[in-house]
Design a protein around this ligand. Structure first.
Ligand code: FAD
Length: 257
């Protein structure tokens, strides 16, 4: 699977749900033409993103996923299709159903909704051969986690405003590295009992530590209680532990005094 962005010349813009036709011409004049849905949000362009799933021995998809290089020029015709489109001015909720690469035009609709800051209810039912095959998985997770697309004050502090994905959808090695980095930061800063380290991880798995929160929230919408619950430490047990650490310190102080 590969997402490719084209700079389309003489592009008049597209609606979410439309597709383009791509035509390849070999040196001997042989031509192959296939349709691909537009993944980028509706707009005037000129950038058009397509997401192509590699089909084994497929003439066009193999070329697009494996051989096409940055700077290559290819024939692209469109946008095509007016029935299966979403017009953001329609006020009815969005119910989107897809399998495999059929999610591509729906992603254009979800991205359009996100860009517009629309709060129109949207639901995606998506069938995929396996979890690894889910196209746009990270982006979909982020959209779900951010509910209405923007991590606002309400999203952070109101019950049900956001979804915490615990444990994070990352592989074990990366999770272990982040835990080590969080622990090192905690120790380097001389913190005690508990803290929360926030990271951002690039596509090539390079972690950046954004901040360490030395007194993370313990409200019903806070992150630390959710993280603890995921490893079997309930809220009461967490509070008991923290109080226990404080009492132990007080006892030690009294004993030394
Ligand atoms: C409106 C529309 C939107 C689409 N959007 C997307 C999209 O967003 N993303 C996406 O990935 N795809 C999309 N598709 C599908 C896309 O157009 C192609 O069909 C797909 O990429 C396969 O093309 P190909 O040239 O790689 O494979 P093809 O060469 O067409 O081959 C397809 C399969 O058939 C087999 N085959 C071919 N010829 C024979 C033969 N003679 N005998 C037996 N088997 C044979 C091949 O081995 C291969 O497995 C869309 C299709 C439509 C109609």
């Amino acid at each position: 699977m590969r997402s490719i962005t084209f700079e389309a010349t003489a592009w008049g813009g597209h609606m979410a749900g439309q597709h383009v036709d791509i035509r390849l011409t070999a040196d001997n004049g042989y031509q192959a033409q296939r349709s691909y849905s537009i993944a980028s949000p509706a707009g005037r362009g000129p950038h058009v993103e397509l997401t192509v799933e590699r089909v084994s021995s497929g003439e066009v998809s193999e070329f697009l996923t494996e051989e096409l290089r940055a700077g290559d020029a290819i024939e692209l015709r469109g946008p095509i299709g007016g029935y299966f489109t979403w017009n953001p001015s329609i006020s009815s909720p969005l119910m989107l159903i897809a399998g495999g690469s059929g999610v591509v035009p729906l992603m254009s609709m979800l991205r359009t909704r996100y860009q517009l800051g629309s709060k129109l209810p949207a639901r995606l039912l998506y069938s995929s051969r396996s979890a690894e095959d889910i196209i746009y998985r990270d982006e979909l997770d982020r959209l779900v986690a951010n509910r209405d697309g923007f991590y606002s004050y309400e999203a952070k502090y109101e019950a049900g405003g956001s979804t915490h994905i615990v444990p994070a959808a990352i592989d074990e090695d990366l999770a272990a590295r982040l835990q080590m980095l969080g622990l090192s930061a905690h120790r380097l800063l001389g913190l005690r009992d508990y803290s929360r380290s926030d990271f951002i991880v690039t596509r090539d798995n390079r972690p950046y530590l954004l901040e360490v929160n030395s007194l993370p929230g313990l409200t019903p919408v806070s992150l630390v209680p959710d993280a603890c619950a995921a490893i079997g430490i309930g809220f009461e047990a967490l509070i008991e532990r923290l109080v226990g650490y404080a009492l132990a310190r007080a006892e030690l102080r009294d004993a030394v005094a």
